[in-house]
Design a protein around this ligand. Structure first.
Ligand SMILES: Cc1cc2nc3c(=O)[nH]c(=O)nc-3n(C[C@H](O)[C@H](O)[C@H](O)COP(=O)(O)OP(=O)(O)OC[C@H]3O[C@@H](n4cnc5c(N)ncnc54)[C@H](O)[C@@H]3O)c2cc1C
Length: 477
């Protein structure tokens, strides 16, 4: 039997004996790490087809890693082959600067760096370390989504390695079915090695910063009046040393907004006085994407995320979520770094695209919450590099049951928000794929687009080579 290391490719093949193997398994959450038989790091798109042929002919599972940020094990494999796109991370602007070409393993930080130098803005996810690949294939929502919609709605073309090894370009004219499917269908149709996205002129420095309040209920009035050029990120957290429930409000106000930052922020200062009120400006998307670096660096390494879409800030959803979060983080000290992060924004342009125009179905006006379960785990890295800065509760070993308890809590609060919103609005908005876990029903994630996606799965991946992620059953009828 031939060995995968004998394949003639330009990139690297790592096995457990290779010096860089452990580093290549690293993911944003410790829970996402699995021991692969091989990690292949392609340097050229043509490296990928022989690896796929090898894996499929040897019955090995194939996983693909973009930025390694999804809090599942979708980008990892136990005993299979991981195709790690990290070396394919080049970003180039077209001569007229209106389109950016992004290789499949780039992170949003790589993209913003290139756009920022030419005063162009690009609609993507807000944090620099989040992978373009995983987020774009499932939507990609950020500060600019109200004005320019999701990242996926700005895709003009892509280059995809298909399960049978063909490398194809897809756009509205070329392979239009594939183009429709990759805009919201996730990783189920191929490895996207190049994304071509529209860019926009940057209007100037955005207003940002933090307002911090002792924990009370946030009423969401802002949402009703927000324009597409303003957004609040509202975080429920228990920062040390007191670990009391706290509300952290991080505004983003575009330089292009009609109302002044003062007008927008005034209500937040009148209704309650913040204990911290620090407003500043960020010159570009790169700076904004680093805004949470300090808290990310100190955050426990066990992370699981779920998301919730809801039509408005209903009082019962806010009160019920608050009570559930306060109780959970009080009862489970190991997991008290768990947060709820509410996007208070105007969905604007997202709702201008029809639910069947792309594979991404959630187009009704909605708000969004990310529910992050974070809990401590024993880690040599943590002890050596950050122990001096951490409260003692963060550096002891987690209790084994915390994994289970936190996962169950995440599921229960996500279900609560979805069910309460359905009862209040009369409509189930479903589950957003970037924060799905894979245990939801496919109908909830893909909605009315599921039948077409199943047909296209049969066309583009009949043998289910892309078996990781939120899998779509092929329909051969
Ligand atoms: C702290 C944090 C904050 C976040 N905030 C946001 C946010 O504000 N907005 C938002 O939209 N999302 C957000 N996300 C969610 C994020 O979009 C998803 O986790 C996304 O999957 C990350 O992409 P990745 O490439 O890093 O993931 P990976 O873990 O590398 O991959 C996730 C899935 O996508 C597949 N994949 C990745 N790249 C490719 C490719 N090029 N071709 C084919 N398949 C590929 C993988 O195989 C895997 O199935 C956040 C995540 C985290 C951890």
């Amino acid at each position: 039997m031939s060995d995968i290391t004998s394949l003639k490719i330009q990139g690297k093949v790592l096995s457990p004996e290779s010096p860089d193997y452990q580093k290549a398994l690293h993911r944003n959450s410790d829970l996402s790490i699995l021991d692969a038989a091989y990690v292949v790091q392609p340097e050229a798109y043509t490296d990928i087809p022989p690896v796929l042929a090898y894996a499929t002919s040897h019955g090995l599972e194939v996983a693909v890693t973009g930025g390694g940020c999804h809090s599942s094990t979708w980008a990892s494999s136990k005993g299979g082959v991981v195709i790690d796109l990290g070396r394919l991370n080049k970003v180039t602007l077209s001569a007229d600067k209106k389109v950016v070409t992004i290789q499949g393993g780039a992170r949003w930080g790589d993209v913003y760096e290139v756009g920022g130098k030419e005063q162009r803005e690009i609609p993507g996810a807000p944090l620099w370390f989040v992978g373009v690949g995983g987020s774009l294939l499932s939507g990609a929502s950020g500060y600019l989504s109200g004005r320019y919609s999701l990242g996926i709605d700005n895709l003009v073309a892509a280059t995809v390695v298909l399960a049978d090894g063909r490398i194809v370009r897809t756009s509205a004219e070329d392979e239009p079915d594939l183009f429709w499917a990759i805009r919201g269908g996730g990783n189920q149709f191929g490895i996207v090695v190049e994304f071509e996205l529209r860019t926009y002129p940057a209007p100037g420095p955005a207003t940002t910063g933090t307002l911090i309040y002792p924990g009370t209920e946030f009423d969401g009035e802002f949402h009703e009046q927000a324009s597409v050029d303003e957004k609040l990120t509202v975080v429920w957290a228990r920062p040390g040393p007191h670990f009391k429930p706290t509300i952290i409000v991080a505004p983003w106000i575009s330089a292009g907004a009609e109302r002044s930052p003062h007008q927008i922020l005034e209500p937040l200062r009148i209704k309650a006085t913040p204990v911290v009120d620090k407003i500043t400006t960020a010159p570009d998307q790169t700076t904004l994407s680093h805004a949470s670096d300090a808290s990310q660096a100190r955050a426990p390494r066990r992370l699981q995320i779920r998301g919730g879409a809801f039509s408005k800030f209903w009082t019962d959803i806010m009160v019920g979520s608050w009570e559930r979060w306060v109780k959970f983080t009080e009862d489970n000290e190991d997991a008290r770094a768990s947060t709820l992060i509410w996007d208070v924004r105007n969905p604007g342009a997202i709702t201008k695209v029809g639910p069947t125009d792309t594979a991404y179905p959630i187009r009704k006006p909605h708000c969004f919450v990310a529910i992050q379960g974070r809990w401590v785990s024993f880690s040599i890295h943590l002890i050596e590099e950050t122990a001096d800065h951490l409260p003692p509760c963060m550096i002891r070993n987690t209790r084994p049951e915390t994994d289970e308890v936190t996962s169950a809590w995440l599921r229960s609060i996500a279900d609560f928000i979805r069910e309460a919103n359905t009862a209040n609005s009369g409509e189930d908005l479903g589950v957003i794929l970037t924060m799905a876990k894979g245990d939801e029903l496919p109908e909830a994630v893909f909605g009315q687009n599921l039948p077409r996606l199943r047909k296209l799965k049969a066309k583009y991946d009949p043998k289910n080579v892309w078996s990781k992620g939120f899998t779509i059953e092929p329909d051969f009828s």
